[in-house]
Design a protein around this ligand. Structure first.
Ligand code: GAR
Length: 198
């Protein structure tokens, strides 16, 4: 099986969807080897530990603006765990080209928009503000450019009259939990053609 590290900053619901998909399917091509966070209080850490998965924390704060120094520490538990593929799952630190290049073609991210729309933050509010009829999420290969890189899958949701950003985010999150495990299993089997869910 391919060893997969999952990086989280917060609640880790996408991480749970990913690791449970691996743990519950004996034929899955992946195995979760590490859940790593930049926040010691990330809820995802406890959820990983409950599942018997190794966890680690590398706090970005002591490094201030020195992203390279943070990343030099961040990479250590990933390499120590023998990770071959890295999944960013609500990991809210921008990674430099130096870090990304170490996992070129082996790092995935989930982003809460229909890329290439709404890279960056506040995607739900921006989709509402634009008056879009639909919104969704994307899983893509990570390249040095933020929220760029080949799209491996997307799932759509309708935008409903009166939606708030939080209501829309909840609707998108349900789809994230379907999309990311599906894309990861396909990716680990060598499939790169994008998959579209609705
Ligand atoms: C998810 O909606 C994910 O798409 C988003 O953060 C949330 C994390 O939730 N990621 C980004 O915005 C990346 N820039 P989770 O911790 O429950 O998986």
């Amino acid at each position: 099986k391919t060893s997969v590290a999952v990086l989280v900053s917060g609640g880790g619901s996408n991480m749970v969807a990913l690791v449970d998909s691996m743990l519950q399917d004996g034929a899955h091509p992946g195995h979760p080897c590490l859940v790593l966070s930049n926040n010691a209080d990330a809820g995802g850490l406890a959820k990983a530990a409950e599942r018997g998965i190794a966890t680690a924390v590398v706090d970005h704060r002591p490094f201030g603006p020195d992203r390279a120094a943070f990343e030099a520490e961040l990479i250590k538990p990933i390499l120590d765990a023998g990770a071959e593929v890295v999944c960013l799952a609500g990991f809210m630190r921008v990674l430099t080209a130096g870090f990304v290049s170490q996992f070129e073609g082996r790092m995935l991210n989930i982003h809460p928009s229909l890329l290439p729309k709404y890279k960056g933050l506040h995607t739900h509010a921006r989709a509402l503000e634009a008056g879009d009829a639909k919104h969704g999420c994307s899983v893509h290969e990570v390249t040095p450019l933020l929220d760029d890189g080949p799209v491996l899958g997307q799932a759509e949701v309708p935008i409903l009259p009166g939606d708030t950003p939080d209501q829309l985010a909840s609707r998108v999150l349900v789809q994230e939990h379907r999309l990311y495990p599906l894309v990861l299993s396909r990716f680990l089997r060598g499939e790169r053609a994008p998959v579209y869910l609705d």
